[in-house]
Write a protein that binds this ligand. Structure first.
Ligand code: ZN
Ligand code: ZN
Ligand code: ZN
Length: 256
């Protein structure tokens, strides 16, 4: 069974097209400029692992035929990364139980607050609600045969988790990668990295910053994600080094 990663979404928090915008990218006919909110699904043998449940989660799993989820991982608690959580109910039903969800302490607190109705539901009502077992991640976790290593990065001041699985790393919503975390990002075949737009942003890498960091990390291949409407797929790729490309919704990459 081959291992792969599918990009369920590659857009910034507003998605592309943005509501009310008629810019070149938002009205583009290139489907790669149509970006739902960022999330990936890792296929490891028979196991599927989803990182973040975006507000587009339902549409994304239908479109990409994800029929089972063995574990969820959350990068952080911003709305564009967690609000689809309520749509795990069909998976609870099909799989006959709760799904484990790994996150840092801050994200767990925030999910409990935001989805208060789930976590404070009376016992007899729980089966009607999404069933998720929140687990604080402090080190390596193994799902099926895949080891997942949390890597702390910063989204302005907010600690966010990136994840390394095998020789692939997924790092979104980041403006700083501390030295200790850089140590965990050596010898990558594939780096998936936040690159919001050309202009600087306080909490995200700009395109130039992302290129610089990608070259410093030195993965064999880098794919940018969490992309806003300020970046046209084709024009942006033409300006990038050969081994750095933009991811797009539905893109599937085989992992070694
Ligand atoms: Zn985001
Ligand atoms: Zn636009
Ligand atoms: Zn964020």
């Amino acid at each position: 069974m081959s291992n792969s990663v599918t990009f369920l979404g590659t857009g910034s928090s507003a998605g592309v097209p943005e509501i009310g915008c008629s810019c070149y990218v938002c009205t583009s006919e290139d489907s790669r400029n149509n970006r739902t909110r960022s999330s990936i699904c890792i296929h490891n043998g028979l196991n599927n692992i989803v990182i973040d449940t975006s507000p587009d989660f339902r549409y994304q799993v239908l479109k990409n035929c994800v029929s089972r989820i063995d574990a969820l991982f959350f990068t952080h608690s911003h709305a564009d990364h967690i609000l689809g959580l309520a749509d795990i109910r069909p998976f609870n039903r099909m799989q006959g139980g709760p799904i484990e969800a790994y996150a840092n302490e801050h994200t767990i607190g925030s999910i409990k607050q935001r989805f208060n109705y789930i976590f404070n539901a009376p016992e007899e009502y729980r089966k009607y609600y999404p069933q998720v077992e929140l687990k604080e991640i402090s080190g390596k976790v193994r799902i099926g045969g895949l080891e997942i290593i949390p890597v702390e990065v910063f989204h302005y001041k907010m600690p966010v988790l990136a994840f390394r699985f095998g020789n692939t790393a997924y790092i979104t919503d980041v403006s700083l990668i501390p030295d200790e975390s850089m140590e965990l990002l050596k010898d990558l075949d594939l780096l998936i990295l936040d690159a919001l737009r050309k202009e600087n942003h306080i909490a995200h890498f700009s395109l130039d910053e992302a290129v610089r960091i990608a070259e410093y990390i030195g993965a064999k291949k880098t794919l940018f994600t969490h992309i806003s409407h300020a970046l046209d797929h084709e024009k942006t790729e033409a300006s990038l080094p050969e081994n750095i490309r933009l991811a797009y919704d539905g893109m599937k990459v085989s992992l070694s």
